[in-house]
Design a protein around this ligand. Structure first.
Ligand SMILES: Cc1ncc(C[n+]2csc(CCOP(=O)(O)OP(=O)(O)O)c2C)c(N)n1
Ligand code: SF4
Ligand SMILES: [Mg+2]
Length: 351
């Protein structure tokens, strides 16, 4: 059975957010993924971020492709709109939905196979078009759902469960997003919720394309010695460039920090991302330097995590295309069909 409802009962004193919703109101069906799968931790982080931001669930549209990762939207935001596309096609379907109705909050959920193998072209074009969305890849380096074949993000030299060595060069989706000019790029680890939740909150408040690559170990097929996407490997080689604190616009900034160690980035909606810099040389505003940094550290076997790049005044597809501010799906016939006279004028202008 793919849809198991959770019991509705919960502790009567469960805290509520400013909309009066509890964290449970942001959950979905019972997960059918393997116990310990990193994807479930990411789902929990999404639930926490939406609860913290007091997002109205009915304003979210969650779209995904095919894979264990793409099944995850069933397990969170049960009150939101949801759509499972064909394998690797989430980005184009989301782009179309966003064009038709810019008033929803778009969340694209995908896997490394879904986005870096079959859907690589779709990923690239949605990113370079700056579609306003949060795009999360649950990256385990394998096709979990079809029993553990290497995906395009598997590192060269990484070993499969049966000992086969991957000989192909990996696709680094975060580096690719940086190269494509994405205005919010981050990398997290499913085993570090403290880092992941504020990263997701910042992405939801970002008014442009926001991409988060989350390393998410597959306990069934890619969590053994020799794999570079196992819990142990990522814990041992995780190099966080910063610690992100998300401060919504309503809250006062609190706390004392040593000058120079904290960078504050003001987003368009007034929210603030406070970055405690852990790597002195790293500047989130410098996209090219971030690409170089990722590749340098990767050559040393390190997994760089944190907020990698942000442009606090981003543009999105709608501003590039100068589309109507009113969602297209609300335009009525009088606007969409201006009549024979208007058509005649347009034809005359083209003669
Ligand atoms: C067009 C098409 N080709 C192949 C498949 C088979 N298939 C289903 S899921 C999957 C890979 C999923 O890998 P990933 O996106 O990394 O998700 P994971 O299960 O690892 O979370 C494949 C190849 C399919 N469903 N549709
Ligand atoms: S097969 Fe892997 S990715 Fe799929 S649910 Fe199990 S642990 Fe998660
Ligand atoms: Mg995968």
């Amino acid at each position: 059975m793919s849809y198991l409802a959770k019991p509705k009962l919960h502790h009567p004193e469960l805290k509520t957010n400013r909309l009066g919703y509890t964290r449970r109101d942001y959950e979905g069906a019972m997960s059918t993924l393997c116990a310990g799968c990193g994807h479930d931790s990411i789902s929990a982080a999404i639930v926490q971020a939406c609860y913290n931001l007091a997002i109205e669930p009915h304003r979210v549209a969650k779209l995904s492709g095919i894979g264990c990762s793409s099944k995850s939207p069933t397990y969170f935001l049960g009150g939101s709109h949801g759509f499972n596309t064909v394998h690797g096609r989430m980005p184009s379907v989301l782009t179309g939905a966003n064009l038709a109705n810019r008033d929803l909050i778009y969340l694209g959920v995908s896997g490394d196979g879904d986005s870096a193998s079959i859907g690589l072209g779709q990923f690239v074009h949605s990113m370079r078009r700056a579609v306003n969305m949060v795009y999360i890849v649950m990256n385990n380096g394998v096709y979990g759902l079809t029993k553990g074949q290497f995906s395009a993000t598997a590192d060269q030299g990484s070993r499969s469960k049966r000992g086969v060595v991957n000989s192909d060069a990996p696709v680094d989706l975060a580096a690719l997003a940086l190269q494509l000019g994405v205005s919010y790029v981050a990398r997290g680890f499913s085993g570090n919720k403290e880092q992941l939740v504020p990263m997701i909150e910042g992405a939801f408040m970002h008014q442009g394309a926001a991409f988060i690559d989350v390393i998410s170990p597959c306990v069934a097929f890619n969590n053994h010695p020799g794999s570079t996407k196992s819990y142990d490997y990522v814990r041992e080689h995780n190099e966080a460039v910063n610690r992100v604190d998300f401060v919504p616009r309503r809250e006062e900034l609190a706390g004392q920090f040593t000058p120079g160690t904290v960078q504050e980035v003001l987003q368009h909606d007034g929210s603030i991302l406070r970055l405690r810099t852990l790597e002195a040389e790293f500047d989130v505003h410098d996209r090219i330097a971030a690409i170089n940094y990722l590749y340098q550290r990767q050559a040393e076997g390190e997994v760089v995590t944190g907020l990698l790049h942000i442009d606090p005044t981003p543009e999105d597809m709608h501003s590039h295309l100068n589309t109507s501010l009113q969602p297209l799906n609300t335009l009525d016939e009088s606007v969409l069909c201006p009549g024979a006279d208007a058509l005649a004028r347009i034809n005359a202008a083209l003669r």
